[in-house]
Design a protein around this ligand. Sequence first.
Ligand SMILES: [Zn+2]
Length: 575
Amino acid sequence: MDNSLIDQIRAANDIVDVVQSYIPLKHVGSNWRGVCPFHNDTRPSLYVSQPKQIFKCFACGKAGNVFSFVQEYEKLSFIETVKKLAGRAGISIPAESHTKVVSTKRQQLMEVYRFAAEFFGKNLFEHADNALEYLSKRKFSHQTAKDLGLGYALSSNKALLNHLMKQGFGVSLLKESGLFGEYSGALIDLFRDRLIFPIHNNTGDVIAFGGRIIEPKENTGKYINSPGTELYTKGKELYGLFKTKYNISKADLSIVCEGYFDFLRLYESGFTNSVASLGTALTEDQVYLLNRFSPNTVLLYDGDPAGIKAAVRAGLVCLSRGMKVRIALLPEDEDPDSYILHRGAEALREIVDQASELISFMAESPLLEVSEKERIDQILDALRQLHDPIQRELFIKEVSEQFGISQNALLSGLNRGRSRYQEETQSVETGGTISQDSQEKMVLQLALKDKESYNLLAHELSADYFNNRLYKRIFEFLQKRLQAQAGFDPAALLDNTENTDIRDSLAELLFEDLQQVKLDQLIKDLKLRKLKRDIDDLDKAINSDPANLELLKEKEKLFRQYRNTTKRVVNKVLF
Ligand SMILES: [Zn+2]
């Protein structure tokens, strides 16, 4: 694909718009800021610069331009990313470019799942009277089934297999998809005569399926799921999030339920900021995902003791991520689906509105089977994982009020169990840069300001002048890239940089603005440092070979250069 097309696609996709379609951003100063999706965090460390069209996370260091963001987020190849963003901007890519595209395994699997989901969806409305009847018996509308892409797996061993083979998918790829079992050497469909729930990632691609039997059968599980693949890891996704993430963000609140049907009912009844955790206990990954759209959540689990226990456990995971979590309590024999059916959406709305804060729920609820001491320990365990000291203290205050225990006692309990992990991460965070490094860094930063500065740098220095290995490699990279490029576009520098160390550091350099320092001054300083290093090396060589006159002459030459350079230097350089 030629560079001018890539430039055009980059220019048509504003980085703030694109990043905002994945994570919420807020305007701060001249930048935009949000919670980084590339590391586990609750604080907004990811900055996006609109003028420079780049992003940078100041916690994990991930950085780049609009292509790198989408590429990393969706785990695509560079070409796939360019195609995706071209589509977003309505730019068509010439046909010849398509032929060169080699798709990744991930992308191929995604195609299999996309075709399978289409096939299941079509079957539901054309060949599945039993499944449609089942849905209407449970009072779900066809519209909901369509919205969530529900489907039906035919009662046949080979229906999906034959359909996908006809589309040209190879047997080995189909085996890897996990959608088939092997029966005496032949592939057979994993899902047969089941209602199908496609599971989407939060950008809307189908990456797994759950299947529910329609008539109870002996020796047959009520639910089966497609296995983990390169696309899908159990416990990482939230069912329905692709449909409800914008509403969660807008309402600044999510409602978490457990099952597919709970979610369908909530969604159909207007609770369009819901998600389902899908059978497993809510995981840290899921909480992390949820927290990206809003830090506020209500857990709406079944009303029986098992449901309450699961809700508290999930609540503690949310708490450990700093979320504000409340627990909504249903009557003992109800789940969200049945409650709405029996009492209506308004009654459920009340239950959600009246949900209690996790800590007060844990202090007061007579339904918890564990002792007060154990409950406090559970909360302290969660708070220990919370990195923000202010948040931690606010929660301690709340625990103190709710349980009637002094803050001092709670704090000493909290510190007693402080994990080694926290001490380790704290010691890593301290550590400075030496002044030579920062000087080399500043030179690169200034050189990235505009084409003129870069030309000055390229003319005056070579890679040898850099002592820091990373900066040396960045300089070499810039030499290659900038020589070939006519214009000077900071974001363009970050296209398709295979080496992510270089890309992240480059973006960091681009992000910071330095105005006060003069480039020529810095170049001089760097030259002096280089001379000093060369003279030191020469001294060592002379020590081991004192009779070598060539070395002594060389040293004299360097010394002269050194004196000439220092004469013109106004600022002092510290060695
Ligand atoms: Zn990050």
